[in-house]
Design a protein around this ligand. Structure first.
Ligand code: UP5
Ligand code: MG
Length: 190
């Protein structure tokens, strides 16, 4: 911190592990801008863009949207924010997302915040969330879990090999999870 460098933290973890919930708390305490790739994609559907139908169909199937779509949305949001510290939540979700983001932006993440949570707990959380998300039904939830294990966990492993993963036990209550998160973000205190 201190110079003009852009700081990116990737926030990863299974569906319902608490990424969005904890990002909100981090923003309140550490001056980051929160960019949820899923929220940006859902906003793109609502805006009536030409990609909307394709994105909507992929989200309903728990599939990963082509990286150029997601990266465009992320880059636009980064520019519009005027900030230089970002929490990128729910991205990169596969090896192709990761490589494309690096190639296009030339940005390497500072670290990866990884929320570790058992599937049974995540399933309960998603089924009781009631925010009307098209993908919060048991069929789509099972597909999301599969894609997470097969495509997204390898990205976490890639960064773990580089010593960049900060793993948090996400099974605990929200306040206790945030205590662990706070310790990791202490160097960014403003
Ligand atoms: N909750 C949170 N923390 C809790 C705790 N410690 N104890 C008890 N309850 C807790 O939390 C989920 C629910 O659990 C909430 O009700 C919360 O109160 C409670 P939340 O913080 O929303 O969890 P989060 O990890 O953000 O769950 P989310 O469902 O958003 O994760 P996903 O990764 O599934 O969803 P995302 O929006 O990132 O992606 C959705 C879809 O978009 C993907 O499946 C994919 O199709 C597409 N997508 C792409 O294609 N590319 C991308 O780059 C990103 C998304
Ligand atoms: Mg989320």
């Amino acid at each position: 911190p201190g110079d003009n460098k852009i700081i990116v933290v990737f926030v990863l973890g299974g569906p319902g592990s608490g990424k969005g919930t904890q990002c909100t708390r981090i923003v309140e305490n550490f001056g980051f801008t929160h960019l949820s790739a899923g929220d940006l994609l859902r906003a793109e559907i609502k805006s009536g863009s030409e990609n909307g139908t394709m994105i909507s169909n992929m989200i309903k199937e728990g599939k990963i949207v082509p990286s150029e779509v997601t990266i465009n949305l992320l880059q636009k949001a980064m520019l519009e924010s005027g900030n230089d510290k970002f929490l990128i939540d729910g991205f990169p979700r596969n090896e192709e997302n990761r490589a494309a983001f690096e190639n296009v932006t030339k940005i390497e993440p500072e670290f990866v915040l990884f929320f570790d949570c058992p599937e049974e707990e995540m399933e309960q959380r998603l089924l009781s969330r009631n925010q009307g998300r098209d993908d919060d039904n048991i069929e789509t939830i099972r597909k999301r879990f599969r894609v997470f294990v097969e495509s997204s966990l390898p990205v976490v492993e890639y960064y773990d090999m580089k010593g960049k993963v900060r793993k948090v036990d996400a099974l605990k209550p929200i306040d206790e999870v945030f205590e662990s998160v706070k310790a990791i973000f202490a160097p960014f205190h403003t």
